[in-house]
Design a protein around this ligand. Structure first.
Ligand SMILES: [Zn+2]
Ligand SMILES: [Zn+2]
Length: 307
Protein backbone atom coordinates (compact mmCIF):
# COMPACT_ATOMS: atom_id res chain seq x y z
CA UNK A 1 0.00 0.00 0.00
CA UNK A 2 2.83 2.34 0.89
CA UNK A 3 4.39 1.72 -2.52
CA UNK A 4 1.09 2.45 -4.19
CA UNK A 5 0.88 5.87 -2.55
CA UNK A 6 4.48 6.57 -3.37
CA UNK A 7 3.94 5.63 -7.00
CA UNK A 8 0.78 7.69 -7.08
CA UNK A 9 2.48 10.77 -5.67
CA UNK A 10 5.34 10.43 -8.18
CA UNK A 11 2.78 10.16 -10.97
CA UNK A 12 0.98 13.28 -9.74
CA UNK A 13 4.26 15.15 -9.51
CA UNK A 14 5.14 14.12 -13.07
CA UNK A 15 1.73 15.10 -14.37
CA UNK A 16 1.96 18.47 -12.62
CA UNK A 17 5.44 19.01 -14.05
CA UNK A 18 4.30 18.11 -17.57
CA UNK A 19 1.21 20.27 -17.53
CA UNK A 20 2.64 23.32 -15.80
CA UNK A 21 3.77 25.16 -18.92
CA UNK A 22 1.62 23.60 -21.60
CA UNK A 23 -2.06 23.76 -22.34
CA UNK A 24 -3.39 20.43 -23.49
CA UNK A 25 -5.99 20.75 -26.22
CA UNK A 26 -8.58 18.05 -26.53
CA UNK A 27 -9.61 17.48 -30.14
CA UNK A 28 -13.21 18.42 -30.72
CA UNK A 29 -13.39 18.28 -34.49
CA UNK A 30 -15.82 15.39 -34.58
CA UNK A 31 -18.48 17.88 -33.56
CA UNK A 32 -17.46 20.37 -36.23
CA UNK A 33 -18.27 20.69 -39.92
CA UNK A 34 -14.76 22.01 -40.66
CA UNK A 35 -12.59 19.46 -42.48
CA UNK A 36 -10.17 21.90 -44.11
CA UNK A 37 -8.34 25.01 -42.97
CA UNK A 38 -6.92 27.73 -45.20
CA UNK A 39 -4.65 30.16 -43.35
CA UNK A 40 -3.79 33.43 -45.09
CA UNK A 41 -0.93 35.45 -43.61
CA UNK A 42 -0.53 39.00 -44.91
CA UNK A 43 2.98 40.30 -44.32
CA UNK A 44 3.22 43.53 -42.37
CA UNK A 45 0.01 45.55 -42.70
CA UNK A 46 -0.48 48.01 -39.85
CA UNK A 47 -3.78 48.01 -37.98
CA UNK A 48 -4.23 51.75 -38.57
CA UNK A 49 -4.53 51.12 -42.33
CA UNK A 50 -6.71 48.02 -41.97
CA UNK A 51 -9.19 47.16 -39.18
CA UNK A 52 -8.13 50.09 -37.01
CA UNK A 53 -9.61 52.49 -39.56
CA UNK A 54 -13.32 52.73 -38.73
CA UNK A 55 -14.26 53.06 -42.41
CA UNK A 56 -11.99 50.17 -43.50
CA UNK A 57 -11.42 52.00 -46.76
CA UNK A 58 -8.45 49.80 -47.73
CA UNK A 59 -10.05 46.45 -46.88
CA UNK A 60 -13.63 46.65 -48.19
CA UNK A 61 -13.76 42.95 -49.10
CA UNK A 62 -12.64 41.68 -45.70
CA UNK A 63 -14.90 44.22 -44.04
CA UNK A 64 -17.84 42.74 -45.95
CA UNK A 65 -16.69 39.18 -45.22
CA UNK A 66 -16.52 39.97 -41.50
CA UNK A 67 -20.33 40.01 -41.46
CA UNK A 68 -20.11 36.28 -42.27
CA UNK A 69 -17.59 35.46 -39.59
CA UNK A 70 -15.71 36.41 -36.45
CA UNK A 71 -13.32 39.37 -36.18
CA UNK A 72 -10.79 39.50 -33.34
CA UNK A 73 -10.14 43.11 -32.52
CA UNK A 74 -7.56 42.59 -29.82
CA UNK A 75 -5.12 40.22 -31.52
CA UNK A 76 -1.38 40.47 -31.00
CA UNK A 77 2.05 39.39 -31.98
CA UNK A 78 3.43 39.17 -28.43
CA UNK A 79 6.80 37.85 -29.60
CA UNK A 80 9.40 39.05 -32.07
CA UNK A 81 7.80 41.30 -34.72
CA UNK A 82 9.78 40.08 -37.71
CA UNK A 83 8.59 37.83 -40.53
CA UNK A 84 10.10 34.44 -39.61
CA UNK A 85 9.40 34.75 -35.89
CA UNK A 86 5.85 35.98 -36.51
CA UNK A 87 5.10 33.11 -38.88
CA UNK A 88 6.72 30.59 -36.58
CA UNK A 89 4.51 31.77 -33.69
CA UNK A 90 1.47 31.25 -35.91
CA UNK A 91 2.47 27.81 -37.20
CA UNK A 92 4.10 26.30 -34.08
CA UNK A 93 2.15 27.94 -31.25
CA UNK A 94 5.31 29.22 -29.54
CA UNK A 95 6.96 32.62 -29.50
CA UNK A 96 10.48 31.92 -30.64
CA UNK A 97 13.33 34.01 -31.99
CA UNK A 98 14.00 32.63 -35.46
CA UNK A 99 16.76 34.24 -37.55
CA UNK A 100 14.91 36.27 -40.17
CA UNK A 101 16.79 35.19 -43.31
CA UNK A 102 15.49 31.63 -43.52
CA UNK A 103 18.74 30.00 -42.38
CA UNK A 104 17.29 28.77 -39.08
CA UNK A 105 14.43 26.37 -38.44
CA UNK A 106 11.83 27.04 -35.72
CA UNK A 107 12.53 25.26 -32.41
CA UNK A 108 9.10 23.66 -32.21
CA UNK A 109 7.16 21.35 -34.48
CA UNK A 110 4.49 22.99 -36.62
CA UNK A 111 0.82 22.33 -37.11
CA UNK A 112 1.70 21.03 -40.61
CA UNK A 113 3.99 18.24 -39.40
CA UNK A 114 1.68 17.35 -36.53
CA UNK A 115 -1.32 17.18 -38.82
CA UNK A 116 0.34 14.93 -41.41
CA UNK A 117 1.67 12.66 -38.66
CA UNK A 118 -1.57 12.48 -36.71
CA UNK A 119 -3.59 11.26 -39.67
CA UNK A 120 -0.69 9.57 -41.53
CA UNK A 121 -1.25 11.74 -44.60
CA UNK A 122 0.93 12.31 -47.68
CA UNK A 123 2.84 15.63 -47.97
CA UNK A 124 0.37 16.99 -50.53
CA UNK A 125 -2.34 17.20 -47.84
CA UNK A 126 -0.58 20.21 -46.30
CA UNK A 127 0.94 23.13 -48.24
CA UNK A 128 2.95 26.26 -47.54
CA UNK A 129 2.68 28.70 -50.46
CA UNK A 130 4.48 32.02 -50.06
CA UNK A 131 5.83 35.16 -51.75
CA UNK A 132 9.07 34.92 -49.75
CA UNK A 133 11.51 32.08 -50.34
CA UNK A 134 12.84 32.18 -46.77
CA UNK A 135 9.51 30.97 -45.40
CA UNK A 136 10.48 27.47 -46.55
CA UNK A 137 12.01 27.26 -43.06
CA UNK A 138 8.47 26.78 -41.72
CA UNK A 139 8.31 23.32 -43.27
CA UNK A 140 10.62 21.74 -40.69
CA UNK A 141 11.86 22.27 -37.12
CA UNK A 142 14.87 21.74 -34.87
CA UNK A 143 13.09 19.23 -32.63
CA UNK A 144 15.00 16.01 -33.35
CA UNK A 145 11.89 13.91 -32.76
CA UNK A 146 10.33 15.62 -35.77
CA UNK A 147 13.14 17.03 -37.91
CA UNK A 148 12.81 15.83 -41.50
CA UNK A 149 9.58 13.95 -40.81
CA UNK A 150 6.08 14.61 -42.07
CA UNK A 151 7.13 17.78 -43.81
CA UNK A 152 4.42 19.59 -45.77
CA UNK A 153 4.71 20.44 -49.46
CA UNK A 154 6.07 23.88 -50.20
CA UNK A 155 5.96 26.41 -53.00
CA UNK A 156 8.04 29.27 -51.60
CA UNK A 157 9.50 31.74 -54.10
CA UNK A 158 10.43 35.42 -53.94
CA UNK A 159 7.74 36.80 -56.24
CA UNK A 160 4.83 39.18 -56.62
CA UNK A 161 1.66 38.26 -54.75
CA UNK A 162 -0.27 38.08 -58.01
CA UNK A 163 1.80 35.02 -58.96
CA UNK A 164 1.47 33.49 -55.49
CA UNK A 165 -2.29 33.90 -55.75
CA UNK A 166 -2.38 31.98 -59.05
CA UNK A 167 -0.09 29.27 -57.69
CA UNK A 168 -2.25 28.97 -54.56
CA UNK A 169 -5.48 28.45 -56.50
CA UNK A 170 -3.76 26.03 -58.93
CA UNK A 171 -2.28 24.05 -56.04
CA UNK A 172 -5.47 23.91 -54.01
CA UNK A 173 -7.54 22.86 -57.01
CA UNK A 174 -5.00 20.19 -58.04
CA UNK A 175 -4.23 18.57 -54.67
CA UNK A 176 -7.25 19.53 -52.54
CA UNK A 177 -5.13 19.82 -49.38
CA UNK A 178 -6.88 19.98 -46.04
CA UNK A 179 -4.36 22.40 -44.50
CA UNK A 180 -2.95 25.27 -46.55
CA UNK A 181 -1.03 28.39 -45.61
CA UNK A 182 -0.85 31.21 -48.16
CA UNK A 183 1.47 34.19 -47.57
CA UNK A 184 1.38 37.56 -49.34
CA UNK A 185 4.35 39.92 -49.01
CA UNK A 186 3.03 43.11 -50.67
CA UNK A 187 2.38 45.45 -47.72
CA UNK A 188 5.76 44.59 -46.15
CA UNK A 189 7.79 44.89 -49.35
CA UNK A 190 6.24 48.23 -50.36
CA UNK A 191 6.49 49.51 -46.80
CA UNK A 192 10.23 48.81 -46.66
CA UNK A 193 10.59 50.65 -49.97
CA UNK A 194 9.13 53.77 -48.28
CA UNK A 195 6.40 53.69 -50.92
CA UNK A 196 3.23 54.78 -49.10
CA UNK A 197 0.97 54.54 -52.15
CA UNK A 198 2.39 51.14 -53.02
CA UNK A 199 1.91 49.98 -49.42
CA UNK A 200 -1.76 51.04 -49.44
CA UNK A 201 -2.27 49.48 -52.88
CA UNK A 202 -0.76 46.20 -51.63
CA UNK A 203 -3.17 46.18 -48.66
CA UNK A 204 -6.02 46.67 -51.12
CA UNK A 205 -4.73 43.94 -53.45
CA UNK A 206 -4.31 41.39 -50.68
CA UNK A 207 -7.79 42.31 -49.44
CA UNK A 208 -9.12 41.34 -52.87
CA UNK A 209 -7.13 38.08 -52.82
CA UNK A 210 -8.79 37.14 -49.52
CA UNK A 211 -12.18 37.58 -51.17
CA UNK A 212 -11.08 35.53 -54.19
CA UNK A 213 -9.84 32.74 -51.92
CA UNK A 214 -13.12 32.64 -50.00
CA UNK A 215 -15.07 32.70 -53.28
CA UNK A 216 -12.98 29.79 -54.53
CA UNK A 217 -13.59 27.82 -51.32
CA UNK A 218 -17.33 28.34 -51.43
CA UNK A 219 -17.47 27.66 -55.18
CA UNK A 220 -15.69 24.32 -54.96
CA UNK A 221 -17.70 21.20 -54.11
CA UNK A 222 -14.78 19.70 -52.16
CA UNK A 223 -14.39 22.72 -49.87
CA UNK A 224 -17.81 24.38 -49.72
CA UNK A 225 -19.26 24.56 -46.18
CA UNK A 226 -16.44 22.31 -44.89
CA UNK A 227 -13.61 24.84 -44.77
CA UNK A 228 -12.57 27.49 -42.30
CA UNK A 229 -10.59 30.49 -43.58
CA UNK A 230 -8.30 32.32 -41.15
CA UNK A 231 -6.71 35.64 -42.13
CA UNK A 232 -4.00 37.19 -39.99
CA UNK A 233 -0.59 38.91 -40.17
CA UNK A 234 2.94 38.14 -39.05
CA UNK A 235 3.47 41.63 -37.59
CA UNK A 236 2.37 45.23 -38.02
CA UNK A 237 4.63 48.22 -38.61
CA UNK A 238 5.97 50.96 -36.36
CA UNK A 239 3.35 53.37 -35.06
CA UNK A 240 3.44 56.85 -36.52
CA UNK A 241 6.22 58.74 -34.73
CA UNK A 242 8.16 55.60 -33.78
CA UNK A 243 11.40 54.84 -35.63
CA UNK A 244 10.90 54.88 -39.39
CA UNK A 245 7.10 54.66 -38.95
CA UNK A 246 5.40 52.52 -41.64
CA UNK A 247 8.72 51.81 -43.37
CA UNK A 248 9.96 49.47 -40.64
CA UNK A 249 8.98 47.09 -37.87
CA UNK A 250 10.59 44.76 -35.36
CA UNK A 251 10.21 46.26 -31.89
CA UNK A 252 7.38 46.06 -29.37
CA UNK A 253 5.55 49.30 -30.17
CA UNK A 254 1.77 49.06 -30.53
CA UNK A 255 1.96 49.40 -34.31
CA UNK A 256 4.28 46.41 -34.61
CA UNK A 257 2.40 44.20 -32.15
CA UNK A 258 -1.25 44.92 -32.99
CA UNK A 259 -2.51 42.69 -35.77
CA UNK A 260 -5.89 41.05 -36.40
CA UNK A 261 -7.59 37.75 -37.00
CA UNK A 262 -10.61 37.23 -39.23
CA UNK A 263 -12.24 33.79 -39.28
CA UNK A 264 -14.99 32.55 -41.56
CA UNK A 265 -16.30 29.01 -41.65
CA UNK A 266 -19.23 26.65 -41.32
CA UNK A 267 -18.97 26.32 -37.55
CA UNK A 268 -18.65 30.00 -36.78
CA UNK A 269 -21.09 32.66 -35.73
CA UNK A 270 -21.67 35.47 -38.19
CA UNK A 271 -20.88 39.14 -37.67
CA UNK A 272 -19.28 38.70 -34.27
CA UNK A 273 -16.51 41.00 -33.02
CA UNK A 274 -14.43 39.57 -30.18
CA UNK A 275 -12.61 41.97 -27.86
CA UNK A 276 -11.06 39.27 -25.68
CA UNK A 277 -7.30 39.29 -26.17
CA UNK A 278 -5.71 36.49 -28.18
CA UNK A 279 -2.41 36.16 -29.95
CA UNK A 280 -0.53 34.40 -32.71
CA UNK A 281 0.35 31.37 -30.57
CA UNK A 282 -3.36 30.61 -30.15
CA UNK A 283 -3.83 29.90 -33.86
CA UNK A 284 -2.00 26.53 -34.04
CA UNK A 285 -3.88 24.95 -31.09
CA UNK A 286 -7.13 26.21 -32.60
CA UNK A 287 -6.37 24.64 -35.97
CA UNK A 288 -5.35 21.46 -34.10
CA UNK A 289 -8.75 21.33 -32.50
CA UNK A 290 -10.50 21.93 -35.83
CA UNK A 291 -8.51 19.18 -37.55
CA UNK A 292 -8.70 16.67 -34.71
CA UNK A 293 -5.08 16.65 -33.56
CA UNK A 294 -3.73 16.36 -30.04
CA UNK A 295 -1.81 19.48 -29.14
CA UNK A 296 0.22 20.73 -26.22
CA UNK A 297 1.89 24.13 -26.35
CA UNK A 298 2.01 27.62 -24.93
CA UNK A 299 -1.08 28.93 -26.68
CA UNK A 300 -4.77 28.46 -25.93
CA UNK A 301 -7.56 27.31 -28.16
CA UNK A 302 -9.62 30.27 -29.34
CA UNK A 303 -12.92 29.19 -27.84
CA UNK A 304 -15.00 31.46 -30.08
CA UNK A 305 -13.82 29.37 -33.07
CA UNK A 306 -14.49 25.90 -31.67
CA UNK A 307 -17.87 24.29 -31.26
ZN1 LIG B 1 9.50 43.42 -43.12
ZN1 LIG C 1 7.48 49.23 -33.85
Amino acid sequence: MKHFFLAQSILFTLLAACSSDKNYVKPLASQMATENVVLVVIDGPRLSETWGDSLRVNIPHQNKLSSQGVLFNNFMNDGVTFTLSGHSAITTGYYDLVINNGSELPDQVSIFQRYLEAHRLPPTEAWIITSKKKLAALSDCKDLDWRGSYRPSINTVDREDEITMQVAIDTISTYKPSLTMIHFRGPDSRGHSNDWNGYIKAIQETDFYVKQIWDYIQGDAHYRDKTTLLVTADHGRHSSGIGSSFVGHGDSCDGCRQISLLAIGPDLEKGVVVQKPYGQIDIAPTIASMLNIDWAGEGNTIEELIK
